[in-house]
Design a protein around this ligand. Structure first.
Ligand SMILES: *[C@@H]1O[C@H](CO)[C@@H](O)[C@H](O)[C@H]1NC(C)=O
Ligand SMILES: *[C@@H]1O[C@H](CO)[C@@H](O)[C@H](O)[C@H]1NC(C)=O
Length: 254
């Protein structure tokens, strides 16, 4: 009996799984859907696209499509990439530790884009559908998405829109702070650009029932684990490590 159920479940999974992409929200638009609108932010662009621009690879979601696919296959809807530069090098790596959250162009633009895309979608669609927004972000993308929700770099929180944020999963975000209910993974140390306790506490109390901020112990950025190869490998692999946990956490919410 159990075995039969298992086979049926596998068969159902096989027919219903359709991998989805996350094209850019600027080019593909954000149609109103009664399913989920997944907005996903990539991590730092290692191919060094010019700063201040949306590089041609901003749709490269480093595995987050798998989470989007699971949610969209259940709930309907679609996924879009957050158009932002995800700049490496000077703008992020070097300036960030000294300038912290004050003037990081790539992240700044990402926050602006994220907040305006969510507000525009909700305001345009709430009279026809129940807007259900899912946010995903890896590395710099997780840092951007955290600030989209809780503010930073001169931007306010998204407090007035929080009821439309149905869920989210962030991976290896440098602004991770350890030991809060919103955290996933096993890091007991905070990130290189950890948020302050007041804003992180707001993040955790407001969103921990529907969002997980994943960080593995030893991660180069989110756990400030150091810059050895092992730390870098943990960081690079973070979406792979936690995407199934994220899917299991988010599926009941959609
Ligand atoms: C985009 O990403 C792909 C695969 O990650 C890489 O091969 C390619 O060189 C990148 N293109 C640019 C213009 O950076
Ligand atoms: C943390 O979790 C990862 C992934 O499950 C595991 O491989 C690693 O051994 C754990 N590390 C510690 C210090 O518990």
């Amino acid at each position: 009996m159990l075995f039969t159920q298992h086979l049926l479940a596998l068969a159902a999974l096989a027919v219903s799984t359709l991998a989805i992409d996350c094209p850019g929200s600027d080019t593909a638009g954000t149609p109103c859907t009664s399913g989920v609108f997944v907005l996903s932010a990539r991590g730092t662009d290692e191919s060094s696209n010019a700063p201040f621009q949306n590089g041609p690879n901003y749709t490269d979601q480093q595995g987050q499509q798998d989470v989007a696919t699971a949610l969209v296959n259940k709930a309907g809807g679609y996924c879009r990439s957050l158009p932002y530069a995800a700049s490496p090098g000077l703008l992020y790596f070097v300036s960030a530790p000294t300038r912290r959250f004050n003037d990081i162009a790539s992240i700044n633009y990402g926050i602006k884009q994220g907040q305006s895309i969510i507000k525009e979608y909700v305001n345009r669609c709430k009279s026809t559908v129940n807007p259900r927004v899912i946010l995903l972000g890896y590395s710099q993308g997780g840092q951007v998405m955290t600030s989209v929700l809780i503010g930073g770099q001169g931007y306010p929180t998204l407090e007035d829109y929080k009821q439309y944020i149905t869920g989210g999963a962030f991976f290896a975000s440098p602004c991770f702070v350890a030991k809060y209910p919103i955290d996933g993974g096993n890091s007991t140390t905070s990130g290189l650009f950890a948020r302050g306790p007041i804003s992180y506490n707001y993040f955790s109390t407001t969103y921990s029932n529907r969002l997980r901020n994943y960080c593995q112990a030893g991660d180069e950025f989110c756990a400030a684990g150091g810059f050895a190869d092992a730390n870098i490998a943990i960081h690079r692999n973070s979406v792979n490590t936690y995407k199934q946990e994220a899917i299991n956490f988010l599926l009941p919410l959609v």
